[in-house]
Design a protein around this ligand. Structure first.
Ligand code: GDP
Ligand code: IMO
Ligand code: MG
Length: 456
């Protein structure tokens, strides 16, 4: 069977940890969208693994597959595979021949467009994700399969690179031959470098026809976990466009991004990963936001009262909500139920994992954005345009808080050992979404998750 893990909010809900937890029972872990814009954390005792591309199951010796819906930067792929090997693991990673390749010019163009867009910039990760998906849709992309055939690779590069040079110089006014670009717009340099990646992929037997590969494994009785990256509200179709990523993290992406039919995915389980509050890296509105982060919170956004700023700082400190690279504070807000109702519908969740319950401990009351008010009317789900969403104000429900306890002990004892007020909060979420709770995260470690149900 399959179990699909989907972020139900804005990314960083703790998907990596849940994939690790349930992945124990899986044989194959496949990513179906996105690329090295993800950052999935797996904590095993004292060891912390941060993976941006390789599926989290690689940490447990599972076969990891990058599905056809992914965009693959081979440089990151090999860096991560080699880094895992250096830590004593032997990662078995496969890549779909149909997956598109991120080239250096995609990264360069991602950065420039973000700078040009000003207010419409999403605050991308700068990994070239959007430009690569653009080329995929524009039928000028280069796929993993193309790296394995020198003639095809050269032909594709000779077609596309002159276009990218013209875009870079004539639209954005840059010099494509600037030595600082390290050959990002040079056919020969790209050919040599990407041909070498292709040879390594071939030598290590990494290239697969993803759908056929997974189907064979399922036929043989194996269990497959689908690891979503990003989250529903930054999905290109169902998210807060244009402040979104360029792929479909939602459950439908698990079918198109792997080559397994929707009935196969639908016969399995779809587990929504929920953070007990909101965190956001990037721009755009956020109705339940507390405090204000320079450069990301819109000018009129965020509750900037002293109390809200104080709670925001508390959540950031307790939850480590600071950029891993930049150390910049992340935007934070109360849990947003209209966002979750939207996610539950778009994904058809069969179960929920609610993470970071420990982070809210010590706050009293704990608030939840129960509904929105927009233009004088109540709304229970997200509106379809981001402009409308920006006009929504949240109406809150308050829950009595809970204190920090020995979370590892609670995780061992089980659900009933959770503080009563925390259970009330969880049951509210479950009732509102009409979806059972499968797991509750009470800390980053593997032993800090209360398991109610294993979907496998
Ligand atoms: P992902 O992108 O959805 O996989 O999530 P990230 O790894 O980017 O961010 C989640 C962060 O929170 C990581 O540092 C996790 O180790 C940590 N984490 C996950 N679940 C919990 C939890 O229940 N409580 C706490 N305190 N931290 C958690
Ligand atoms: P994981 O898998 C949080 C955000 C970026 C930006 C927007 C577009 O760790 O949950 P992109 O580089 O994808 O074109 O950026 O999406 N973003 C994420 N935010 N978690 C992620 O991944 C993200 N991946 C992209 O901040 O607003
Ligand atoms: Mg992340």
């Amino acid at each position: 069977m399959t179990v699909t893990i989907v972020g139900s909010q804005l990314g960083d809900e703790g998907k990596g940890g849940i994939v690790d937890l349930y992945g124990d029972s899986a044989d194959v872990v496949v990513r179906y969208q996105g690329g090295d814009n993800a950052g999935h954390t797996v904590v095993h005792g004292d060891e912390t693994y941060k993976l941006s591309l390789v599926p989290s199951g690689a940490v447990r010796g599972k076969t990891g597959v990058l599905g056809n819906g992914c965009v693959v930067n081979p440089e990151t792929l090999f860096e991560e595979v080699d880094a895992l090997a250096e830590r004593g693991l032997d990662p078995d990673v496969r890549v779909a021949e149909r997956a598109h390749v991120i080239l250096p010019y995609h990264r360069v163009l991602d950065g420039i467009e973000e700078a040009e867009k000003e207010d419409l910039a999403a605050g991308t990760t700068g990994r070239g994700i959007g430009p690569t998906y653009e080329d995929k849709a524009g039928r000028r992309g280069i796929r993993v399969g193309d790296l394995l055939d020198a003639d095809v690779l050269r032909q594709r590069l000779e077609y596309v690179v002159p276009q990218k040079r013209a875009l870079y110089s004539e639209v954005f006014g840059g010099d494509p031959d600037d030595p600082e670009l390290d050959g990002a717009f040079d056919v020969e340099t790209l050919f040599e470098r990407y041909r070498t990646y292709g040879e390594r992929i071939a030598e290590e037997g990494m290239a697969v026809d993803c759908g056929a590969f997974l189907d064979d494994r399922l036929e043989a009785g194996d269990d497959v976990m689908m690891e979503g990256a990003q989250g529903t509200s930054i999905d290109i179709d169902h998210g807060i466009y244009p402040y979104v990523t360029s792929s479909n993290p939602t459950a439908g992406g698990a079918s198109t991004g792997t080559g397994l039919g929707p009935t196969v995915v639908g016969q399995g389980e779809v587990v929504g990963i929920v953070k007990a509050y909101l965190s956001r890296v990037g721009t755009g509105p956020l109705p339940t936001e507390m405090g204000h982060v320079e450069g990301q919170t819109p000018e009129d956004g965020g509750d900037t009262s002293d109390e809200a700023e104080e709670i925001a700082t508390y959540i950031r400190d307790e939850g480590g909500e600071y950029g891993t690279v930049t150390g910049r504070p992340r935007r934070v807000g109360w849990l947003d139920m209209p966002m979750l109702r939207h996610a539950a519908r778009a994904n058809g969740f069969t179960g929920l994992a609610v993470n970071h319950l420990d982070v809210l401990a010590g706050l009293d009351p704990v608030k939840v954005g129960h509904a929105y008010e927009m233009d004088g009317e109540e709304r229970r789900s997200m509106p379809a345009t981001t402009e409308q969403w920006g006009r929504c104000t949240a109406t809150y429900r308050e829950f009595d808080g809970w204190e920090a306890v020995d979370w590892a002990a609670v995780a061992e004892e089980g659900y009933d050992a959770l503080p009563e007020n925390a259970r009330t909060f969880l049951e509210y979420i479950s009732d509102e979404l009409d979806t059972p709770i499968y797991a509750v995260g009470v800390g980053p470690g593997r032993d800090e998750t209360v398991v109610v149900e294993n979907p496998f």
